[in-house]
Design a protein around this ligand. Structure first.
Ligand code: AMP
Length: 282
């Protein structure tokens, strides 16, 4: 059972990691934006399985929010986060930097990833992956872990991070962790806290619709036809707007002309201003 230390500066974090390295310990990193739930804890467990020391970062990254998005009201729960991490007992360091520590005055560098970052989320949140890639690179360089764990919940983000790490030759293994879901199948998310009881019921239909659409494709429906049925089903279920229901190549996220052996269905839909995403293999 570990008791985590809370560190707020990159310099202190580096000093601690350097000490671990002198003892030849391996290091795992789990980047998060806090408001931790079971999904985050499962990533920490995965990091602890694969490395002797574990760093969890908690930083609500302003660069991945557009001015119109929910940066200000994004759920923040530092005390509860610390209690959850401590109760799990697998984390050595919680890294909680202030904004200036990550983006010092005059910060003017941005990492733009192509490939899997093009399309889907980028069509609706054009700022998003540059924000994610920049902060993840910043964290990977600060911690220099052996492994970093990311959730399949944000499947496109996982592929984008992998691609960036590959392109830049960063010496870290990116590990994918499966999606943790509520009893009705809703993917756990910090943003689920925004949902009223009625909206929460509707939200639970998202994964059911994706399951159904995936099943149709497995049974021979056309990709385009199945995507259309998925959109209609989400609207009937009570979602207000659908950004996409897309069946894509699971590795490149490129559109498919016809069904193939390795596909992923991904969706983003909004209910009363709360935007939810989900995905699963077909
Ligand atoms: P966030 O705090 O939402 O930025 O997420 C931090 C990490 O946790 C990301 O790698 C997410 O993909 C992952 N994550 C979020 N929700 C879940 C979930 N329900 N299951 C598994 N991983 C998740």
């Amino acid at each position: 059972m570990k008791t985590p230390d809370v560190i707020t500066t990159v310099a202190n974090l580096r000093a601690v990691v350097a000490g671990w390295r002198r003892d030849a310990a391996t290091v795992g990193l789990v980047p998060t934006m806090g408001a931790l739930h079971e999904g985050h804890l499962s990533l920490i467990a995965e990091a602890a399985n694969r490395s002797e020391r574990v760093v969890v970062s908690i930083f609500v990254n302003p660069r991945q929010f557009a001015p119109t998005e929910d940066l200000q009201r994004y759920p923040r729960n530092p005390e509860q986060d610390r209690a959850r991490i401590a109760a799990q007992g697998l984390t050595d360091v919680i890294f909680v930097p202030e904004r200036d520590e990550i983006y010092p005055d005059g910060f003017a560098t941005e990492i733009t990833v192509g490939g899997p970052a093009v399309g889907l989320e980028s069509d609706f949140r054009p700022h998003f992956f540059a924000g994610v890639a920049t902060v993840v690179a910043r964290l990977l360089i600060a911690v220099a872990p052996d492994v970093a764990v990311f959730g399949e919940k944000d499947f496109q983000q996982l592929l984008v991070v992998r691609h960036m790490v590959r392109d830049l030759g960063l010496p870290v293994e990116i590990v994918a962790a499966p999606i943790m879901r509520e009893a009705d199948g809703l993917a756990m998310s910090s943003r689920n806290a925004y949902l009223s009881a009625r909206e929460r019921q509707v939200a639970g239909k998202l994964n059911c619709v994706l399951n159904d659409v995936a099943q149709r494709v497995r049974e021979g429906s056309s990709v385009v036809g199945a995507e259309r049925i998925g959109r209609d089903a989400l609207l009937s279920a009570g979602f207000d707007s659908i950004d996409y229901v897309a069946i894509r190549d699971a590795h490149t996220l490129q559109p498919l002309e016809r069904a193939s052996s390795d596909m992923r269905i991904l969706a983003a839909a909004t209910i009363s201003g709360t935007r939810l995403i989900d995905n699963m293999p077909v």
